[in-house]
Design a protein around this ligand. Sequence first.
Ligand code: PEP
Ligand code: CO
Length: 458
Amino acid sequence: MEPIVVNVDHLKDWSPDSWRRKPAAQQPTYPDQAAVERVRRELGHLPPLVTSWEIETLRSQLADATRGERFLLQGGDCSESFADCESGVIAAKLKILLQMSLALVHAGKKRVIRVGRLAGQYAKPRSSDVETKEGVTLPAYRGDMVNRLNFTPEDRVPNPELLLRAYERSGLTINFVRSLIDGGFADLHHPEYWELGFVEKSPLAIEYTRMVKSIGDAIRFMEVLAGTSLGQINRVDFFTSHEGLILDYEEGQTRHPPRRSGWYNLATHFPWIGNRTRALDGAHIEYFRGIHNPIAVKVGGAISSDELLALCDVLNPENEAGRLTLIHRFGADKIQQQFPPLLDAVRKAGKVVLWCCDPMHGNTETTNNGFKTRRFEKILSELEQSFRILSEGGSHLGGVHFELTGDNVTECIGGACGVREADLSQAYRTQVDPRLNYEQALEMALLLARLMDPQTKA
Ligand code: PEP
Ligand code: CO
């Protein structure tokens, strides 16, 4: 095997810890820095969760998506919780992502890249460092990797041991996902493995069942023609992603694999930079510019065209397809005004990026009775507008990014299952942002599929 050589001249002054020289937003204040250092070293000794080979496969698939030959489906919890690291919850999440991808493949006639927001999505940016309840002020909850949700001083003090617990839970999660996939859970001969009970009552069941039958017929037809079983269909690729927020955690698993010319974050395939930590001179950009993983940046309305182009320069100086995904998240009411000038600037500057729509984070609102929620029709509207704006701007929508769960929660309003504002309290379980439930997510995929279907567009 030949070593893979890439140009790393611009990285001469970079090291996995060079981010420490820059201002790092959204980091916990640990009471004991020596303990953090110990944990970081221990993280560095543990076996990696993913390999550079898998990461390179994903990068090349994302390059295909940049050229319009594949479509990225990224989704999962806003914030994973340690308590939800259990087989039923993980299998349900995998099932809904597989079912959604089936709908997209079927309609879009393109291969879909499946990426979970999982096995590491344990840290959250917060608008304030502290939270006050009934006169008591404690550190804000920053995700299970940092502290605990319970409002007591013991639970809220950031504890570096939780970085290790997060790594272990990520390992357990990825192990289970890999076993399910290797064991044939994702076999397209048997999409019935992925059926989830409560959708049977849904008006979407008929559309979904029809689609599954048509895929089954197509596979059997191809197998008759080929005179053999289509082995490839037994397997799908599945990748992991999380927001690379807590830099001690990310640095811990940043390795220089043998026979590679660069550094990789081996805790996940596809880390992203959040909208609140993308400051050009900040620690997150410094860390991310040096790793060879494909990376993404969340892009919200407050960014200027110059800033966005500068981000593309720093993060993807070679302008390589597959390296950089821009996950835009403006909100259904703002995208028409905010997106076209940015898109135009990126196109005119010749920057090669994959555009992926996150229709969740610009559409969060709080109800009168205090629930953070999102409306199904706003989410769909932002997706529809993204398709149109990108195609009018001479580009194309290359992917979608959802907060969802395979469970029957009531966190987002609307959809065919008819969750109303008054229903939110029934099963509101998210630790941070509201997620589409199983049925809403599947419905969203079927509607998205219509937007992607070349025949609907014709
Ligand atoms: C998120 O993806 O959960 C998130 C915090 O998003 P953003 O950085 O876009 O606000
Ligand atoms: Co979120």
